[in-house]
Write a protein that binds this ligand. Structure first.
Ligand SMILES: Nc1nc2c(c(=O)[nH]1)N[C@H]1C(S)=C(S)[C@@H](COP(=O)(O)O)O[C@H]1N2
Ligand SMILES: [Mo]
Length: 247
């Protein structure tokens, strides 16, 4: 009896996987992740297909109340201006020294009105506040309130061209990563300059970080240096981490 149950459950899982595989192969009718075929990024296919076909594109992640805000560890790079670290940036150290008054964010690529935005420029746009749970691949989660401008607002301001497909982020500690337009235009995808009611602190990505609430923590890039809108997928990921990890 017990054995039969197990077999049945396994069968259900196998059938489930097969039907996802079926979706994957169904005439390659889209939603294959752009990393499809890269063995290191095999997981992308399942989560991307599941998200892009089974979930409505703009479903919102849960938002919490102020009382749910928790302590929040800073991980990965915690100060790109620290010259003793491997991925340090003198430019960042100088910008930090001047309290980011001279920091600007170029937005270029497949856009009609490329430009460079200061923090004050970004803060002039209507802002969004959200209390959300961050999930790190290392196994911890934490809840914080983020304030920023929806990425969609900024993309509309620069006017993305019809052929554009991805939005790529460059950071002061050398990270480069892209997201697709469905995630870029998600209402909770914001460029955050505030955390828990204060300016975004350096360990958490000052002066501006991405908050990509639909995916795992490492996709929320800190220390933004530049945004480039592209027509084609740019895969600079040599970290061995999956490109798409929806949560
Ligand atoms: N530029 C940059 N962005 C980054 C990282 C990093 O090291 N550098 N770490 C990532 C990881 S693995 C996580 S879990 C979160 C951590 O954000 P926090 O330091 O605010 O907790 O940022 C992500 N974004
Ligand atoms: Mo992480």
């Amino acid at each position: 009896m017990e054995k039969k149950k197990i077999i049945t459950r396994r069968k259900a899982i196998v059938t489930g996987l097969a039907s996802l595989g079926g979706l994957l192969l169904a005439g390659c009718s889209k939603p294959l992740p752009p990393t499809y075929g890269n063995i290191l990024r095999m997981g992308d296919a399942l989560t991307y297909v599941a998200h892009r076909t089974l979930l409505p594109g703009q479903s919102l992640v849960k938002e919490y109340a102020h009382r749910d805000i928790s302590s929040f560890p800073a991980t990965g790079t915690t100060n790109p201006g620290d010259a003793s670290k491997q991925f340090s940036s003198e430019d960042y150290a100088n910008l930090h020294r001047d309290a980011f008054a001279n920091w600007t964010l170029p937005i270029e690529g497949s856009v009609s009105r490329p430009g460079s935005y200061s923090l004050a420029d970004l803060q002039k746009f209507p802002s969004r506040k959200q209390i959300t749970r961050h999930t790190c691949e290392e196994g911890w989660t934490a809840i914080a309130e983020w304030t920023g401008v929806p990425l969609s607002t900024v993309l509309q301001s620069v006017g993305i061209k019809p052929r554009a497909r991805y939005v790529c982020f460059y950071s002061y500690d050398g990270w480069i990563d892209c997201i697709d337009l469905l995630d870029a235009f998600h209402p909770q995808t914001i460029l955050a300059y505030g955390m828990n009611g204060r300016n975004l602190p350096v360990p958490h990505g000052a002066p501006l970080r991405l908050r990509l609430e639909t995916q795992i923590g490492y996709k929320s890039m800190k220390y933004l240096q530049k945004i480039v809108v592209t027509d084609e997928f740019v895969d600079t990921g040599d970290s061995g981490w999956a490109w798409y990890v929806g949560i």
